[in-house]
Every structure is written in C-alpha cells, then in structure tokens.
Design a protein around this ligand. Structure first.
Ligand code: CA
Length: 662
C-alpha cells in the first residue's frame, strides 16, 4: 500500500511538472525562461518583457545507444541563485559580476529510460544552458551521434555569420543575410531580431566536446529554427563522452543594441574559475615580429638567402622592441621544418639563428622572444616534442609561443574543430602552463572563454586577419570587415588580427593592401581586442613615424571597456580604461566605406576630472582609396561632460589617448 502511495505521489509530481512549464526569471526580471515537456519532448523558450526571444526549441541527443529526446519526463528540479564578483588575470574588464538564477531539471526517458540533467542559468544579459548525462547503468558508454538542441527565432531575421562549409580556419567575411538563407554556420551567430533586440548564439567552456555549428530550417509562420550540428570525428560520431557527458554551455546573449553584445561577460562567467596559485608569469603586452616581411615576400620562412629569422635580424627587432616599449618579438621560421624534405623540429634552430644568443640578447634588454611552433597540422608531432621543447623555451626565457595548424585535418585524420582538436589544443595549453608559457594559437577551434580557466590562453586567430591584406586575390579585407568583427568573431574572445600596418607599398598581388586609412589601422589597435597585441608591420616602417607614439602607449589589458556607439558592419567606437592605475583612457573609432561624423559622449570618464586628449585622426583629404596615409594629430582638453566630434574618412578611423590632467 505504501509503495502504491509513493508511486501515485511521484506520478502526481510528474503530472504537475508537465502541466505547467517551469519558469525562471533573470535577476532584474526582464528575461524569462520556460522549460517544459511536450508529448515527451523537452523544450525551452526565452522571452524579454513578455515578448518572445527564442520560441519553442527542442533539446536532447541521439546516442549510438539510443534516443535521448523522446518519451522524456521531468523527475526532479532544483533551483539556485548566485551573485559574486571576480577578478580577471587580464582582459577587457578587471572585475566581472557573475549574477544569475539557476534551474536544473532532471529528465528521464528515451529508448534507454536514462537520465539527463539540463541546467539553465539566466543572467540579465542572457541565457546559458548545458546538458549532463550522468554515469548510470542504463548507459555504460555515451557516444553522441547528434546533439538536437534548437534555437527557434519567431521570425526570419537578418544575422551575421560565416559558413562552416566554405570557411577554412574561420577565416571568412561575416555575411549579413536572413537566417533562412544561410548554410550551416559557425558560431558566434549575431542576430538582429528587432531594432532594440540583438542576440548572439554561441557557447562557453568547450573543453572536451565537438565545436557547435548551426543549420537553419524554416518552420511555421516564418519562424526559423537553428539546429545544432556538431563537427564530427572521422567515423561520423560527434562526441565520445565515455561514462559521463558534460556539454559546453549553449549561450544566447540578449542586448538592446549591438554594443551590449560586446560588453556582455556571460561567456566568461560560464567558464570555470582559474585554480592556479600563481598567475604572475602571465604578462599581456605588445609585440612585433619577423612576420609581415615574410608575407610581403621580402623574407622567407625557410633557410636560404632571404631567410627572415636570422640572429642578426632578430637582434634588430629586439633593439627596436626595447626602445619602443614592446614586450615581445616573434620569430617565424626560426626552426627546421619549412624547407622541402625537412622534418619539423621544435627544438632545433636553423644554422643562421643562434637560439641561445638571441634569447640571451633579448633577456639583457628586457624583451621576450616569442617562439613560433607551426605544426602544419601535425598535432601528434607537437604532442611528442612539446614537453622537451617547452622546457627548453622556459630555460631560455621564452614566455610565449605562437602555434599554427595550417592543414585541413590534424594528423591527417581529424578536423581541428572536432572533439579530437579540442582535446589537442587543451593538452598544449596545459603543457605550456606547466612551463609558464603563454599561447597565441593560430588555426584554432573557435574560442569559448576558456581563458578564464587557463589564463595562459592569451589570444587566437580563427579570423580573417591582416595577412589577407598582403596576399589575398580579392584586394584585401573589405572596409566593413573590422567594423563587423567586434560584433561577431570578437564575441568569442581575443583575436590575433595583427593590426597597425603603416606602409602600403610593395604589393605582392596588385591592388591588395589594407583597405583603410592609417588612422583606422591605429583605431584597430584598440577596437580589436588581444592581450598580446601585435604591431604587425616591419620595424623599418615604424621607425621615426609620428603615429607610433599611439601604439607605444596603448595597453593590452584593461580596467573597463565601454561601447559608446556602433552598428554591425558600419562603424564602432570602443573606449577602454587602462588597468595600470593611471586613469588613462583609450578610444578607437572606425567606419566602413562610408565617411561619417561620430559624436562620442564622454560620460564614461571620471566626473570632475580634466583630461588631455591626444587625437590621431584622418588628415586633410584622407580616403582609403586615394589618400590613406593622411593623418592629423591634435590635442584637446575634455571632461566627462563633453562630447567629442570625430570626422572619419571613407574606411577611416580615429585613435585617442586621454590622460588625466593633474
Ligand atoms: Ca591563418
């Protein structure tokens, strides 16, 4: 009798849960999540002030062991809330508030009658949710064939993204088109849902799982569902989770304007805190390198008559770095592996590059050498050599590496965005951390905020960067490109875009060069965030140039970041306060091919203080096509009550340093 009563009780609880969907409100009450089960299929919705943001969207998995999306019911719920503020090791903001309400729903069902927990965290600036399939007898081995998460937009609206199928290494031009017109796309997916409703769908804490892509499917009454499409292993499965699956967080940032997406720290909040005792060895900074001259075909990576990374050339760069406040110097092509028939070797320098001497010389001048480790996709080779190589670098005072994976598949087998790739990149980061080495990773998997947990993950490529302005066949990056990136790729984390080209001559491909003014190149140094920020040009182009004084003074880690204005793909202004206690602010403002006048409300400055503004802006007649180098530098005195008027040329910009007047 008792047992029957208990069973009846359990059934009633379940029925109650089914009848009324569960709801969760954001701390400020504007956002509401609902979670329910409809005919055995779990779903969620998201609304803001009663208006639908994400319409009914299903959840779950297809596993090799069976289905985890049908015949499900809610068996348990738990609620929690959280509010604290944490300090970043480096970044766009020094402190970040982590404030959310949480709902964890345990579901049971599917063909194995197994359990799955979905945890929702609702912040004022958006939603995160993740799946856990706990260890259980019903599922001894969890292999995901498909994740069935949906994001249903109630209307077919414009969005910016790059396609998964046609974009190698995420090095594409973000395209604005209706959701229904898209291919399978990479995330972040930035959506203009309404004039006052901007969304970004992405993920957080991708540590041992496949990268998330989204495929559109048109639904009823103009709705469009973006369905998860995970990057596969070569055997076609998506995630090999073993006895327990814990997915990354699926994230939806919700903003009133596009700038809100940039200042959201939701993704970082959803990553685990760093547990290292000592992070003092992690040093954000500016760097230069033997790099642009190779892309401009003046030097070679491989040894020979025009070899770039020679002892002599590196000493020139080190001297320049020491004179002009750069903390690092990158050497590309310093080691064996570039010439025909050479084995890649991360330990052995070319004969004309004296590794011991170069690093000794750098140490003496307070500059660090950044070692390049190009694998050509041979991930296993790096895994074999890295312990020994990173120990050598540590001994020599090399505190940063730039890794590269120019190959479609890692070790000839697996896609770099697959779970295999994700695991490989993490192994490299962890090994580098043991040797106090920071990582700048090229051809990465799209970032997801892992730098909160592993703060030696400084910056990554995964972007169509400056290098395309050296050799692409299409003239270089279009003027709208860097007005789009902060709202798209930039939402995923720091970008090693490598700004600040000062000399446009000696075209490798006729007509291909930076399609911007010089002032815009300076603005990009502020706008495109990277804690290791490269001034990409060859040093002879910086020598005695008046614009270098802006680069020399510009920090790469910040106390605070604000976005006074911006429209995706058109223009943007970002203002950042230095973290060094100086009270200095830096502003970057840039535009697409349309010249425009921007008014910058300076109310973010400290009230009552006077600031001296050094303004680097487009000079007389500046124009990205005919007169890109026209630059003017002027001074002004401003306060937080002022509005600064900036006149940007076509594909122009402005870069401003504000110093408190004592
Ligand atoms: Ca690249």
């Amino acid at each position: 009798m008792n047992r029957i009563l208990t069973l009846l009780g359990a059934m009633m609880l379940t029925l109650a849960a089914v009848a009324a969907p569960l709801t969760l409100a954001s701390p400020d009450g504007h956002l509401t999540l609902t979670m329910g089960v409809d005919k055995g299929r779990p779903y969620y919705t998201l609304s803001r002030d009663g208006k639908t943001v994400i319409d009914k969207s299903h959840m779950g998995f297809a596993l090799t062991a069976g289905d985890m999306s049908q015949g499900m019911k809610v068996v348990r719920t738990a609620r929690d809330s959280h509010d604290d503020t944490w300090t970043t090791v480096w970044g766009e903001d020094e402190t970040i508030r982590n404030h959310y309400n949480e709902l964890a729903v345990t579901l049971q069902g599917g063909s194995r009658r197994a359990q799955m927990v979905v945890t929702f965290r609702l912040f004022d600036d958006g939603l995160g949710f993740r799946y856990e399939i706990p260890q259980q007898r019903a599922l001894p081995d969890i292999t995901v064939t498909d994740e069935l998460t949906e994001f249903t937009l109630p209307q077919d609206v414009p969005a910016w993204s790059i396609s998964t199928n046609h974009t190698v290494y995420y090095e594409g031009i973000y395209k604005r088109e209706l959701l229904s017109r898209k291919d399978t796309v990479c995330t972040p997916l930035t959506i203009e849902a309404a004039p006052d409703l901007f969304l970004a769908i992405h993920q957080a804490a991708l540590t041992d799982y496949a990268d998330l892509n989204l495929t559109p499917r048109s639904g009823k009454a103009g709705a469009v569902t973006m369905l998860a499409a995970l990057t596969p292993w070569q055997d076609g499965t998506k995630v090999k989770a073993g006895s327990r699956l814990l997915s990354p967080w699926r994230t939806v940032i919700v903003g009133r304007n596009a700038g809100d997406l940039i200042t959201s720290r939701l993704m970082l909040n959803l990553n685990e805190p760093c547990t290292w005792d000592d992070t003092s060895w992690i040093e954000p900074g500016r760097y230069i390198g033997i790099w642009w001259s190779i892309h401009k075909k003046k030097h070679t990576w491989e040894q020979g008559p025009n070899h770039g990374a020679t002892t002599q050339n590196m000493k020139r760069y080190i001297d320049f770095a020491a004179r002009h406040g750069f903390s690092g110097v990158l050497a590309e092509g310093w080691n064996y592996g570039w010439g025909q028939g050479e084995d890649i070797d991360f330990l052995t320098p070319y004969p004309d590059y004296d590794l011991e001497e170069v690093t000794r010389y750098a140490r003496q001048r307070g500059v660090r050498v950044i070692a390049h480790c190009e694998t050509s996709g041979r991930s296993l080779l790096l895994e074999e050599q890295m312990e020994q190589a990173f120990a050598l670098y540590e001994r020599l005072g090399i505190n940063a590496i730039k890794t590269g994976y120019v190959a479609v598949k890692l070790s000839g087998l697996e896609l770099s965005h697959s779970q295999y790739g994700v695991r490989h990149y993490r192994k490299v980061l962890e090994c580098a951390a043991r040797h106090h080495i920071m990582v700048d990773n090229h051809e990465p998997v799209m970032p997801t905020g892992l730098q909160r947990t592993l703060p030696n993950l400084m910056t990554q490529e995964g972007v169509r960067g400056q290098e395309y302005n050296a050799w692409s066949q299409d003239g270089g990056n279009p003027p709208s490109h860097t007005a789009t990136l902060p709202f798209t790729r930039g939402l995923a984390g720091p970008m090693d875009f490598t700004p600040a080209i000062f000399y446009y001559g000696d075209e490798v491909v006729p007509g291909t060069r930076p399609q911007s003014t010089l002032a815009k190149q300076l603005a990009e140094f502020v706008v495109l965030y990277s804690p290791l920020q490269m001034a990409a040009d060859a040093i002879e182009n910086y020598e005695n140039h008046p614009a270098l004084s802006f680069i020399e003074s510009c920090p790469t880690t910040w106390r605070k970041t604000v976005v006074p204005n911006g429209e995706v793909g058109r223009y943007i202004t970002i203002a950042r306060e230095a973290r060094d206690g100086s009270g200095n602010w830096f502003i970057g403002s840039l535009t697409d091919e349309t010249a425009r006048t921007l008014s910058i409300d300076l109310s973010f400055l400290e009230p009552g203080k006077r600031y001296r503004a050094m303004i680097y802006e487009d000079g007389p007649g500046a124009d990205y096509r005919d007169n890109p180098m026209s630059l003017a530098i002027r001074q002004a005195e401003v306060t937080s009550a002022d509005t600064l008027t900036l006149r940007l040329a076509r594909s122009g910009g402005a870069a401003i340093r504000l110093i408190p007047v004592p």
